[in-house]
Design a protein around this ligand. Structure first.
Ligand code: HEM
Ligand code: MG
Length: 333
């Protein structure tokens, strides 16, 4: 009774998505919001339940409908998140902090922490949030956004957040954390989400009628801070998946390459070359499944194991097209 993820949209053409059927309503006091401006905005427009608690299949539908994320990329993000931050027993995940609204938890060490939980999907060197060492990593930070704006003004075409601004800011955020955060962690799978999230705003936050890779600071303010779609906002003109995003990730990486690592004290970045690198896509998939997930679920049984295996199958369906081989942390029976 866990629903299958939806397939690709039947019609992925451009359309008005800030429409009368999806009005912005600011979250109420009990509505949960978290570190992802993309999902917070979808919840504020009713593409997701306004409570901030959703089923993974609802999340896949919402990011396809609202932004035209491709089906594979949507499933990759959503089932990765659900496996490490959601509740496999109730099939619910919080896009913000941990909440009883996701139902009774499976046994510890499973955390069911929601997207705001540090060290799972949420990680260091975010663009508009602080590292967890310095404060709440889920909430918008004005100083971080000032830096985002300054980099856009200095490096972006016509002062927009574009691929050039993304490359410089991504580099700067890592260097700054190396110099200031004694507990910095920058390894798989965070490296891939950090680079994807640097690219996303140049694609999905840009009105599909423009589709020029240039995010104005006004639209950036809307999405990152207010979590609102600009007036008249249209989604991308066609679904965008791995083939649309990974070359852009490669471009910003090439400007400032890095090796994954962790800080052992301030300004003491210890390289971890044995962990998968940014372009070892199947290695990152295996790392999520065999290392990250196993920490929370060392030896699941019964209904819990069945639910995990089902979601693992959905995750694999997202990476199959990248020629990855399926791995089975809990066996195949
Ligand atoms: C950041 C989850 C889709 C845009 C994040 C973070 C999480 C997350 C946990 C925090 C990571 C961090 O910065 O530490 C997800 C999930 C998605 C999804 C589960 C499911 C499909 C999207 C979409 C967009 C988007 C569709 C754009 C339309 C962003 C951006 C950030 C971010 C720009 C970086 C925020 C920053 O660095 O300040 N996402 N996200 N996300 N997400 Fe999402
Ligand atoms: Mg973060």
């Amino acid at each position: 009774d866990i629903p299958n993820p939806p397939g690709p949209l039947a019609n992925d053409s451009i359309k008005l998505v800030n429409d009368p059927a999806h009005p912005f309503i600011a979250p109420g006091p009990t509505d949960l919001r978290g570190p992802c401006p993309g999902l917070n905005t979808l919840a504020n427009h009713g593409y997701l339940p306004r409570s901030g608690v959703a089923r993974p299949d609802q999340l896949v539908t919402a990011v396809m409908e609202g932004y035209n994320l491709g089906n594979d990329f949507a499933k990759f993000l959503v089932y990765q998140a659900h496996l490490i931050d959601g509740n496999p027993l109730t099939n619910l995940i919080s896009i913000g902090m941990k909440t009883p609204l996701t139902g009774p938890d499976p046994p510890q060490p499973a955390s069911i922490g929601g997207l705001s939980l540090h060290g799972t999907f949420e990680g260091d060197t975010s663009m508009t949030r602080v590292d967890a060492f310095f404060g709440n990593p889920a909430i918008f930070n004005e100083q971080r956004f000032d830096e985002f704006s300054a980099f856009s003004t200095e490096f972006g075409v016509q002062g927009t957040y574009d691929i050039n601004a993304a490359a410089e800011l991504r580099h700067q955020r890592l260097q700054e954390s190396i110099q200031t955060n004694p507990q910095l962690v920058f390894v798989s799978p965070r490296i891939l989400s950090a680079y994807s999230e640097a690219v996303f705003p140049t694609v999905f936050f840009v009105d599909g009628r423009e589709d020029n890779g240039q995010l104005t600071l006004s639209a950036a303010r809307d999405f990152f801070d207010m979590n609102i779609m600009p007036v008249g906002f249209h989604r991308q003109p066609a679904a965008v998946s791995f083939p649309g995003i990974m070359p852009l990730v490669q471009t910003i990486f090439n400007k400032h390459p890095f090796t994954p690592g962790v800080n052992n004290g301030v300004n003491n970045f210890t390289l971890m070359p044995q962990t998968p690198d940014l372009f070892d896509f199947c290695g990152i998939y295996e790392d999520i499944v065999l290392r990250v997930l196993k920490i929370q679920y060392p030896n699941p049984t019964g209904q819990l194991k069945d639910a995990l295996n089902k979601n693992l199958g959905f995750l694999f369906s997202a990476v199959e097209g990248q020629n990855c081989t399926q791995v089975f942390p809990f066996g195949t029976d």
